[in-house]
Design a protein around this ligand. Structure first.
Ligand code: NAD
Ligand code: UFG
Length: 348
């Protein structure tokens, strides 16, 4: 069985952690990334952690000539497709950028894959495709709807993948719907490195803890949740990385079993199944880091929902995967990364 994987966006936050997990699981990887939201330093550090050079191509997924060249040089079993832009606010201001990068970029990749007859894909989707859920926990059959261009771009790609699967042309397509990825590699060498002021909760908390930001604003304390603050399903990025390995192993098994029948479109949630409130996360982080984390309550953030957590049953049943790491471990590993690298990869 071929075990070489193209990892688009492999220099990014989730991609870099997944590269390590793939290597440990015996996969060979080629990373393809335009470094629009990441750095060579991340690649260097992954390479040190796995004690092996990374086969890295600096390129854009919309550059089909370069992609074709990469597919001609390697015999891939499949692709894990992380490459994409992910800032919700920026997507509202620059919708064309998001649709071009995330949707046109994915179409370009799929066309090259079809031409190369590589039809196994794991795609980074998001719990954002569920919008404001009608009931909890959210399972894969729940209604999908999105309001912002970032979410729409993920949903559009899912629809494209569904249509592709319906052609019955041998495609095996697994969109993994991530809940809220947090944490860092236990070495403290790689982690999340946002440009500018973080939009997401965990990097904001950790930058307050390390003294880079003064105070956290908690967006809303009047939701009908355990303590009035928003509830999310935080998942450790190394658990998430293992989820990708499990999805690939599943594809290998299915394709190996019967190469004439494809699995089509198979969406799977990657979450813990547990909800944690914003205040609970702040308290856990403060305890783990020993730092005071000043906060104030402010108005709800437009577009936010009260609660969101996964049913993680499908991943367990089909992939044999489940998250293992606790909120405490998520905070410990985030804190190790943040305190060792107060300025992210620029600390080097
Ligand atoms: P990230 O920004 O750290 O990583 C994305 C990587 O893709 C970056 O290295 C970037 O340089 C690269 N990239 C972007 N556009 C590209 C292009 N056109 N060609 C080549 N490379 C390109 O983000 P992440 O947090 O690691 O997220 C990875 C994927 O998971 C994204 O698709 C994101 O939308 C999705 N996702 C992330 C979250 C989250 O909270 N982090 C949640 C759900 C889904
Ligand atoms: N929050 C604050 N203050 C902050 C940042 C966030 O109170 O400074 C709150 C939010 O209001 C929300 C919770 O923390 O209640 C989580 O917010 P995040 O921005 O960390 O995460 P979201 O759940 O809003 O969205 C994230 C990603 C999306 C992705 C979604 C589901 O940003 O791209 O998870 O995977 F789609």
């Amino acid at each position: 069985m071929k075990n070489k994987i193209l990892v688009t966006g492999g220099a990014g936050y989730i991609g870099s952690h997944t590269c390590i997990a793939l290597h440990e699981a015996g996969y060979d990887i080629v990373v393809y990334d335009n470094l629009s939201n990441s750095s060579r330093e991340a690649i260097e550090r992954v390479s040190k952690l796995i004690d092996q050079p990374i086969d890295f191509v600096k390129g854009d997924i919309r550059d089909t000539d370069l992609l074709k060249q990469v597919f001609a040089e390697h015999q891939f079993f499949g692709v894990i497709h992380f490459a994409g832009l992910k800032a919700v606010g920026e997507s509202v201001a620059k919708p064309l950028l998001y649709y071009n990068n995330n949707v046109s970029g994915t179409i370009a990749l799929l066309e090259v894959m079809r031409e190369a007859d590589v039809k196994n894909l794991v795609f980074s989707s998001s719990a954002t495709v569920y919008g404001d859920p009608e009931s909890l926990p959210i399972n894969e059959e729940s209604k999908r709807s999105c309001t912002n261009p970032y979410g729409q771009s993920k949903l559009m790609v899912e629809h494209i993948l569904e249509d592709l699967a319906a052609t019955d042309d041998g495609w095996n397509l697994i969109p993994l719907r991530y809940f809220n990825p947090v944490g860092a590699h236990p070495s403290g060498q790689i982690g999340e490195d946002p440009n500018d002021i973080p939009n997401n909760l965990m990097p904001y908390i950790s930058q307050v803890a390390v003294g880079k930001l003064e105070k956290l604003s908690i967006f809303g304390n009047d939701y009908s949740t355990v303590d009035g603050t928003g509830v999310r399903d935080f998942i450790h990025v190394t658990d998430l990385a293992q989820g990708h390995v499990a999805a690939l192993n599943y594809l290998q098994k299915q394709v190996g079993r019967d190469k004439y029948s494809s699995i089509g479109f198979l969406p799977i949630n990657l979450g813990t199944g547990k909800g944690t409130s914003v205040l609970e996360l702040v308290t856990a982080f403060s305890e783990v880091s020993g730092q005071n984390i000043p906060y104030q309550f402010s108005a709800r953030r437009a577009g936010d929902i009260a609660s969101c957590y996964a049913s993680a049953d499908k991943a367990k049943d089909l992939l044999g995967w489940e998250a293992t790491l606790s909120i405490t471990e998520m905070c410990q590993d985030t804190w190790r990364w943040q305190s060792k690298n107060p300025n992210g990869y620029h600390s080097a």
